[in-house]
Design a protein around this ligand. Structure first.
Ligand code: M5T
Ligand code: MG
Length: 575
């Protein structure tokens, strides 16, 4: 609940205003049967037309006031619940953005999507529902009981009989349906998960003809969702008819007893009519109470799920410690890392340093931990042990925004977004002008192909940059990183889809333009890293060797093996 205090504070006043209008509505509803009774008993029974007309006018007036109250309350409540929903969604989204990747993985993306949409909707609907019926239903219910008893106490035993039964039904309803709704939300998560995976993997799914399999996976989850929802609904569907049966039974009793009492002269016809009216109002308000309880049950489940995300503690920024390392550039100091906190380390005792102006080549077989290494530098994850410093400052103690401003990153999997090529490159530096963009693109060897496109830089990209080739995507994402002009540049296997000539041109342009920068150049191909100032050889999460190409080619067995496998014997003899 603590996450919702803010909203209660902010919207509490408007909420109370809505409730005031709701009360006006309720009071009007309560007055009507009594006026009706007096029309019948005083006006109709005595054939007093004037009385009937007067009281009829009165009824109209009361109904009018009630309707006005309802209109105003409706406007307020829909406004309020929409605004609240939007704000909750936006806060939740901001929170999700701030989550560390570990935490994000723990929730699963599809579940986050459900929480952001469906769960927020449930809460929003409940708040809206509250303003429609919360106070009104109990007020009308209690008011009707009071008015009915006041009208004629002799048949109140009917109420004593009906009300406890109905209360019991409502309690049972809430108790039984809560776990079901939890299951419904989980099933929604799973269905979203399947759809998400399908959409992001559509090419592979088509290529491998897995469409039918995916369809059956979807159908299965879909059936689970509808099955669970159906069960929940079925259980709930017992309760409302149960209530209306009980109350209607009460009405029959009122008519019977009323008939008796009229015969005995203890009651008047109008009173019985009014009594039945009050019973009906009690019935309606009880139904509403059950409905709001059901909404409450769902909203509680959803609010809990939203709260789980909102309540995730962001790691406290570590206080800047007395820098044990005062070195310029990037330093890794005995870094250990595992993705799941525990279990096997994917990085073991990694120490390295890189000074401004240096290009560090990182090579190693797949799964050796190259990408993990730079993930840590970007602080997408935190090291399990050891520390990373930039210019003598522990990156843990740095504000993540400031940290990432110092790094230009080209991810291993080029990720582009819907929008034009220009917009995508502008991610690097939002206020760059066209010259800067073109400059970055030329270094990235992207300018040539972009200008050949009919719409050039204004070419619209589909989601994920679907309408570009692999190598074109890589070059656009390199341009995006270069535009940032940050002191540290990370190229994670970013030239893998380029031909050797283009790659060479890119490297030449980079070494010209990137003077004074630290460049981490991750690659699989030996030719990509050969001329780096310093090469780090990774194997199984460990640094298996470091040095210049010539040194490594002589003295490092892992490096020699890579050379052998890629260049064959010619290199061995010449190197
Ligand atoms: C190193 C594991 C992976 C591998 C090891 C990215 C990532 C990796 N891993 C996870 O468990 N979760 C993850 O999100 O870590 O992986 P890497 O650092 O990606 O290796 P690489 O970059 O050297 O490989 P490649 O293929 O990109 O050259 O055991 O299971
Ligand atoms: Mg990698």
């Amino acid at each position: 609940m603590r996450h919702y205090k803010k909203y209660i504070k902010k919207y509490g006043f408007l909420f109370s205003v809505a409730i005031v209008f709701l009360m006006i509505e309720a009071i009007c509803d309560l007055l009507l049967p009594t006026i009706l009774a007096s029309i019948i008993d005083n006006g109709v029974a005595n054939s007093d037309l004037e009385y009937v007309l007067n009281m009829g006018g009165m009824m109209l007036l009361v109904t009018g006031i009630g309707a006005l109250g309802a209109i105003i309350r409706n406007i307020i409540s829909s406004n309020l619940s929409q605004k609240l929903g939007a704000e909750l969604r936006s806060d939740l989204y901001r929170k999700i953005q701030s989550l560390r990747l570990e935490e994000m993985n723990q929730f699963e993306a599809s579940s986050l999507v459900t929480r952001l949409t469906n769960d927020v909707n449930q809460v929003q609907m409940f708040v809206n529902g509250l303003m429609r019926i919360m106070v009104k239903a109990p007020l009308v219910c209690l008011g009707s009981i009071f008015m009915a008893v006041r009208l004629n106490a002799s048949i109140s035993w009917v109420l004593l009989l009906v009300i406890p039964i109905v209360a019991l039904i409502i309690v049972l309803n809430v108790k039984i349906s809560l776990p079901f709704f939890m299951r419904v939300q989980k099933a929604t998560d799973r269905l979203n998960g399947v759809v998400r995976e399908f959409l992001s993997g559509i090419r592979v799914i088509r290529a491998f003809n897995r469409g039918r399999f995916e369809q059956s996976r979807f159908d299965e989850k879909n059936e689970q969702l509808s099955g669970t929802s159906m069960k929940a609904m079925r259980i709930m569907s017992i309760f409302s008819p149960g209530i209306s049966l009980t109350v209607n039974f009460g009405i029959v009793l009122v008519l019977l007893a009323g008939g008796w009492n009229i015969n005995d002269g203890q009651m008047q016809v109008g009173e019985v009519v009014a009594y039945v009216n009050y019973m009906t109002q009690i019935l309606i308000s009880l139904m509403m109470i059950t409905m709001i309880f059901n909404m409450f049950v769902r909203a509680r489940v959803s609010a809990g799920r939203i709260g789980e995300v909102l309540g995730t503690n962001n790691p406290l920024e570590v206080k800047a410690e007395e820098a044990s390392i005062r070195q310029e550039g990037v330093v890794f100091e005995h870094v250990y890392f595992s993705y799941h906190g525990t279990g096997e380390y994917v990085l073991k005792d990694v120490s390295l340093s890189a000074k401004p102006g240096e290009t560090i080549g990182i090579i190693g077989s797949t799964g050796a931990g190259k990408s993990s290494l730079v993930n840590l530098l970007l602080r997408l994850y935190e090291p399990s042990e050891g520390s990373i410093y930039i210019n003598g400052e522990n990156i843990r103690a740095m504000d993540s925004k400031r940290l990432r401003e110092q790094i230009a990153y080209v991810p291993q999997k080029s990720t582009l977004f819907t929008g034009t090529i220009k917009e995508n490159i502008l991610w690097g530096k939002a206020d760059a002008d066209m010259d800067e963009i073109q400059h970055a693109a030329s270094i990235a060897q992207a300018n040539v192909f972009i200008t050949r496109l009919p719409e050039g830089y204004d070419t619209q990209l589909g989601q994920g940059g679907v309408n570009l080739s692999g190598g074109q995507k890589q070059r656009v994402s390199i341009a995006r990183a270069l535009l940032r002009d940050a002191p540290i540049l990370i190229l994670d296997d970013s030239t893998s889809a380029l031909d050797a000539v283009t790659e060479q041109r890119l490297k030449e342009a980079l070494s010209e333009d990137g003077k004074g920068k630290i460049i981490f150049l991750i690659a699989q191909r030996i030719t990509s890293v050969m001329d780096a100032d310093h090469i780090i050889v990774m194997e199984n999460g460990k640094i298996a060797g470091a040095g210049k190409h010539e040194e490594l080619a002589k003295g490092n067995s892992v490096y020699k093996e890579i050379i052998l496998s890629q260049l064959g014997t010619e290199m061995e003899t010449s190197g």
